[in-house]
Write a protein that binds this ligand. Structure first.
Ligand SMILES: C[S@@+](CC[C@H](N)C(=O)[O-])C[C@H]1O[C@@H](n2cnc3c(N)ncnc32)[C@H](O)[C@@H]1O
Length: 342
């Protein structure tokens, strides 16, 4: 019992150790083959003794492995820390061991005492205000969200109906990973990714640098504060893993802005649709722990949301819920249209 509590208490170091290896790019460096600690230190630009200590720790965790000549190699787990793995979580590991861990360590106790969000206690500002001030963490945040969005984008491209859809608008779409997956599979579609100005600027520069003329022609970035406005012109709106950062009042505000944009759009007699992709408690196996994450990164009063909460917020925003379906990765898809008379 005591040992197990100790291992839970030490979990922060486990996460930090994996996160440091992720951030240094160790799995990428080992993609070409085995390396000694000294070779690896040179490849990732680290102190050899310190890197050897880190590698012993991550190898003891089973995240990396050693070959018969005692050189370090990737294991099935560390493969997922490679940048080019289709289900890579390299950047998520970097983010979680950095900003979120610091925020939790610095403010969780106080936030639980007062019932307010952790970020202002730890950093004096909200999560997104913080990211506006720290370009390197913001870059890692965008890439971490891309790790999260990419596999869901592939699933959405396969399972969502795009019949009669010309333009998909992803609200709070980060660097556009979800839209890139959808647009790559459906070459008749255009996409608009709406996000904070800084994220749009970085993502647009990256898209232009990719030289992918087809995607450059079909994917646009639209900087906007979604608490204030969402652009018109979409036939299908998607908002994924965004509402879970916000209080019920802010969720209604964001949904109302989407409803206003939807009311102005559509073509050939078709009503625009909205897919809200978010964890809802009924279909979220990690709901208990996620409520702590919300305290760390969400706005004050951000809580786990249920199907009833989702229906209430949609109705308050002038939306009618058409269906609620569980989806992979502990997510739920709520399909909405503009309510009659809204
Ligand atoms: C948790 S991330 C989810 C990103 C992406 N939808 C995904 O599922 O990976 C939330 C996104 O909302 C964006 N965001 C937060 N506040 C915003 C605001 N006021 N206006 C526009 N975008 C915002 C963030 O920059 C971030 O990209």
């Amino acid at each position: 019992m005591e040992a197990s509590l100790l291992s839970l208490v030490m979990g922060g170091f486990t996460s930090a150790t994996i996160g440091a290896a992720a951030r240094l790019g160790v799995a990428d460096a080992l993609a070409d083959g085995p390396a000694t600690g000294a070779e690896l230190a040179k490849a990732v630009g680290a102190d050899p003794d310190a890197l050897e200590s880190l590698m012993k720790a991550v190898t003891a965790l089973g995240v990396f492995a050693r070959d018969e000549e005692d050189r370090y190699i990737n294991s099935p787990l560390s493969e997922q820390l490679r940048s080019d793995h289709p289900e890579s979580i390299r950047h998520l590991a970097s983010l979680l061991c950095g900003l979120y861990a610091q925020a939790a360590a610095g403010g969780l106790t106080q936030a639980v005492r007062t019932g307010t969000s952790v970020m202002p206690h730890a950093f004096g500002v909200s999560l997104y205000e913080y990211l506006d001030q720290d370009a390197e963490t913001a870059r890692i945040f965008d890439l971490a969200m891309q790790d999260w969005a990419r596999p869901i984008g592939v699933l959405a491209a396969e399972h969502v109906s795009f019949d009669g859809v010309r333009t998909v608008v992803d609200v709070g779409g980060g660097n556009g990973a979800l839209l890139k997956a959808i647009l790559s599979a459906h070459t008749q579609l255009k996409g608009v990714c709406v996000d904070r100005a800084d994220t749009c600027r970085r993502a647009e520069a990256e898209l232009r640098a990719s030289g992918d003329e087809d995607l450059i022609g079909r994917l646009a970035y639209h900087p906007s504060d979604i608490l204030e406005a969402v652009p018109e012109g979409g036939d299908l709106y998607i908002i994924k893993n965004v509402l879970h950062d916000w209080s019920p009042e802010s969720c209604v505000r964001i949904l109302s802005n989407i409803r206003r944009a939807m009311s102005a759009g559509g073509h050939a007699g078709r009503k625009p649709r909205l897919l809200v992709v978010d964890p809802l408690v009924e279909h979220d196996s990690g709901a208990a722990f996620r409520s702590v994450i919300k305290m760390v990164v969400g706005e004050t009063n951000t809580r786990e949301r249920s199907e009833a909460d989702m229906r209430r917020e949609a109705a308050a925003a002038g939306l009618e819920v058409v269906s609620i379906m569980p989806a992979p990765a502990d997510l739920t898809v709520t399909e909405c249209v503009v309510a009659e008379g809204a």
